[in-house]
Design a protein around this ligand. Structure first.
Ligand code: AGP
Length: 617
């Protein structure tokens, strides 16, 4: 996820854009840049690192002392294609055209090949540069107007994009384009902003107009026109509205906390994780992007997964997915234990390090040991350019965008999606699943974002549930099969956000000790997928607990009167296959932890004693 901004108006455009980029920095901060018209030509200033570095370069070049009255656009980057560097930083230029982009272009490789054949040269590894050359191709070779060249170029793009585009010969015009990435127009007094979100301009105006997919907006000092891209016709009745939130809330997308915002980002994050890896109707995963081949996957004798915290829970779930889909044995280790247990490594295993930050010391140390022992290594990480991404031979980027809240939420969901895709790829490469089974698994995954939305639409049910339990000091989370790692994740969320002592257990383990803890002060939350082969056993586990006067919370996917009568509180999640059904159940657990933490007055974004990335052992 990146941050884009453009400005046209009566203020010093460059300082307005730099200030806006600082307010967008939580969206991505590995490089930044601005574009403006200076002495009649379009110029860009870009740098790796944070916006303060870009600011220093502008001061060094004396531009901070200049007033730029024409249009200016800016970008702060969260790398998805091409590492964090000056050459990959936006804005990107092609001839007289310059633009910034937030999103992912799925078909950029084929477009890049076509443009190279037409003589275009590429200076970066990004998908964004393709868009720039494509607009240039349409405007220069086909002598179209900028608006029509943009429309023609966008018609060839597949993927997600929010764009702000300028042309040297029209210094007081910005074109904004939106599809599957957010883009909002800020309307001030005689000034206009175009941005990824309102936090960039809320200090100047709270009047905003949200563009819809397939719309573009042409902005100049006199006003703006919203156009439907496909038809090239104006969109009637597009009026700005007054935004009901403050600057602080704007950075959180209108949510009270980053954690809640990131819980809500899960549909988009999962869609981005899938994008380009699985196309509808495909019979296999697009592997080369993450440096693996079908042969690599065919030859694997065993998979070893190593991680910490939430990432370890995702790894445990990955074990069920890979073993049940691909019939390949999987070992899962907590990273801080792995290298000290003197593991027996034969060299024909696939070693997977799962780490959102890509910087967790224990996970990195395990990854280095695996590499030294000759194992094939894959990192599943969210950060391009991270140590794990550089250390592993192959990398699967989860594309979740920055996760500011210390508690991992969209990280878990995108890691689950990534492991699911990997399990499908391993299974297909060994014919452990048929093409039809592959297509069914792929279809189930494509439906995951909307099923997460369904849960989020009913978040108030979880808020109500939280009111019934926020004073408790102990909690049990119980599940079987793949719901067991999800139970562990639910317990971790609750303990790290609300400081309640919470434990996750396999439900079948209760009678081997933990049931001694049960009394009316120990709520027990059960995860129960209706189609589970273990349903009857889970029901008897619930009965064991209920008969000792504990309060039962139930997250299930079935409207079943009997289940309602057995539990004090119930939430019905959408059903899916046994793997994604378990992943979905994590969302109500995230919401339960969030609302209980808020009710207990905890700092849910920065819980005590914790850090977002544990870079020490
Ligand atoms: C979970 O909510 C925590 N943020 C923590 O357990 C985290 O998952 C763990 O530190 C691993 O971090 P990583 O994924 O960046 O390696």
């Amino acid at each position: 996820m990146c941050g884009i901004i453009g400005y046209i108006g009566h203020r010093d455009a460059l300082s307005v854009v730099i200030d806006g980029l600082k307010r967008l920095e939580y969206r991505g901060y590995d490089s930044a840049g601005v574009a403006f018209i200076e002495d009649g030509s379009v110029k860009t200033v870009r740098s790796a690192g944070r916006i303060s570095r870009l600011e220093a370069i502008l001061v060094e070049s004396g531009r901070n002392a200049k007033t730029f009255s024409g249009a200016v656009i800016g970008h702060t980057r969260w790398a998805t294609h091409g590492g964090p560097s000056e050459k990959n930083a936006h804005p990107h230029k092609s001839g007289h055209i310059v633009l910034v982009h937030n999103g992912i272009i799925e078909n950029y490789q084929s477009l890049k090949k076509k443009l190279k054949e037409k003589g275009f040269e590429f200076a970066s590894e990004t998908d964004t540069e393709v868009i720039c050359h494509l607009i240039n191709f349409h405007s220069k070779d086909l002598s179209l107007s900028l608006e029509d060249a943009v429309r023609a170029a966008v018609a060839e793009l597949k993927g997600a994009y929010a764009l702000a585009i300028m042309h040297e010969s029209e210094p007081e015009k910005i074109i904004g384009v939106k599809k599957d990435s957010p883009l909002v127009l800020g309307v001030g007094e005689g000034e206009f902003f175009i941005s990824s979100d309102a936090s960039a301009f809320i200090a100047h105006t709270n009047k905003a107009l949200f563009l819809e997919d397939g719309e573009m907006v042409v902005i100049n000092p006199e006003g703006f026109n919203v156009i439907r891209i496909a038809q090239g016709e104006p969109v009637a009745n597009k009026k700005p509205c007054a935004l009901p939130f403050s600057q602080g809330m704007a950075e959180k997308g209108g949510h009270k906390h980053f954690m809640l915002k990131e819980i809500h980002e899960q549909p988009r994050a999962v869609a981005d994780t899938i994008r380009g890896r699985l196309s509808p109707g495909a019979e296999n995963v697009n592997l080369e992007e993450f440096g693996l081949t079908g042969k690599d996957l065919e030859d694997i004798r065993k998979v070893i997964i190593v991680a910490c915290g939430t990432s370890w829970h995702a790894g445990l779930a990955g074990k069920y997915m890979i073993e049940q889909m691909a019939r390949v044995p999987v070992e899962v280790d907590i990273a801080s234990e792995f290298r000290y247990r003197e593991p027996v490594l034969k060299g024909d295993e696939l070693f997977i390090a799962i780490t959102q930050s890509g910087e967790t010391a224990d996970t990195l140390a395990a990854l280095k040991l695996a590499r030294k022992s000759g194992l094939k290594t894959l990192a599943i990480t969210n950060v391009i350019g991270s140590a794990a991404a550089r250390e592993a031979e192959s990398v699967f980027f989860t594309r979740g965008g920055p996760e500011i809240g210390v508690a991992s939420t969209k990280t878990f969901m995108t890691q689950m999606a990534g492991l699911y895709i990997l399990a499908m790829a391993i299974a297909r490469s060994r014919d452990a699943i048929t093409p039809d089974e592959f297509k069914n698994y792929a279809q189930d995954l494509m439906e995951l974002p909307s099923k997460i939305e369904n849960i989020l639409d009913r978040k108030s049910d979880m808020e109500k549930m939280a009111h019934g339990y926020f004073k408790k000091e102990h909690f049990l989370f119980l599940g079987r099969g793949m719901d067991y790692p999800v139970a562990l994740e639910g317990a971790l969320k609750l303990k790290e956000i609300s400081y309640i002592h919470a434990e996750g257990y396999p439900a079948g383990e209760m009678k081997h000790g933990p049931i001694a803890l049960i009394d009316e002060e120990m709520p027990a939350l059960f995860l129960l997928p209706s189609k589970s082969a273990l349903k009857e056993k889970i029901l008897s586990n619930m009965e064991e607990v209920r008969s000792r006067s504990a309060r039962i919370l139930l997250v299930t996917d079935a409207e079943d009167m009997e289940l309602g009568e057995m539990s004090n509180s119930i939430f019905i999640a959408p059903a899916s296959n046994r793997f994604l059904g378990a992943a979905l159940m994590a969302v109500p657990l995230q919401l339960l932890a969030y609302y209980i933490g808020v009710l207990r007055g905890c700092d849910v974004d920065q819980p005590r004693n914790l850090a977002k990335s544990v870079t020490v052992e």
